[in-house]
Write a protein that binds this ligand. Structure first.
Ligand SMILES: [Zn+2]
Length: 262
């Protein structure tokens, strides 16, 4: 069995089903990430973490990594810069539903959606609830940044507000993963202009008591929210390590877990 789903023959896929393999489905997006990061950043981060999780569990738990869902939904505010490939909300729900439904029909029972894009969680939750209604299985949604939060907050150099989009977090991970990043073009911190005590200060500080779509009010000049200039590969390495460790713990628990019998 190959950890890359696409490399397996259908015979090997059947063996993976028999072994109750855990399937990881990275979900990203293609959109501008400032003048310094590739438009594929969200996809590369989700996929990169998924591959490292599979590698960390090799020989212990059978894990399959699907090719990433690379195009999903973004608000139009990021479409001001070239690079956005936007899929309608309902299509994202249906697409992810159908990919996971195919895996469940094959006989897989443990599927984890590893999402790297901030506009996706609500859509993916809908897909998961529909799947849980239709199948004797309960797939999991895990947003990658939540699994990074503990480590990132220990090592971050930016103040609260420094890590929203194309920020210290994403830039550090992309540097550590070896993707092309042009730090000479990284804009100095552009903070959120629209703040409220009911919204988190960034993806790692504070809590959202409300969902409040303010992207178009922010009027970013650079396509960045936060401070990419303080990003380093070293920060990225540490955060990747912490994120992978947390995902490994999740996969171990999920793999061992069995639904209660009546
Ligand atoms: Zn991103």
């Amino acid at each position: 069995m190959h950890s890359d789903f696409l490399l397996n023959s259908s015979l090997e896929i059947e063996e993976a089903v028999q072994k109750n393999a855990v399937v990881l489905l990275p979900i990203g997006q293609v959109e501008e990430h400032g003048p310094h990061l590739p438009v594929g950043t969200d996809t590369f981060i989700a996929e990169g973490i998924a591959k490292r999780v599979a590698a960390a569990l090799e020989g212990e738990i059978p894990v399959l990594v699907m090719p990433a869902v690379w195009s999903t939904f973004s608000v139009d505010a990021v479409g001001k810069w070239p690079g956005l490939i936007k899929v309608r909300t309902r299509t994202v729900i249906d697409l992810v539903h159908d990919i996971v439904a195919s895996l469940l029909r094959m006989g897989f029972r443990k599927v984890i959606l590893m999402n790297g894009h901030g506009n996706n969680p609500e859509l993916l939750q809908v897909a998961l609830r529909e799947l849980a209604d239709e199948f004797e299985a309960t797939p999991i949604l895990a947003n990658v940044w939540n699994f990074s939060a503990e480590t990132f907050n220990q090592v971050r150099r930016s103040a609260p507000g420094g890590a929203v989009h194309a920020c210290e977090y994403e830039t550090s991970l992309m540097l550590a993963m070896g993707y092309p990043v042009d730090m000479s073009k990284a804009p100095s911190g552009e903070s959120l202009r629209f703040e409220s005590e009911f919204r988190a200060q960034d993806n790692f500080v504070g809590k959202n008591l409300v969902t409040w779509s303010t992207w178009k009010l922010q009027k970013s000049r650079t396509g960045v929210y936060g401070d990419p200039t303080v990003a380093t590969a070293e920060t990225g390495e540490k955060v990747i390590q912490g994120t992978v460790e947390k995902f490994v713990a999740l996969v171990r628990e999920y793999y061992a877990w069995e639904p209660p019998v009546d």
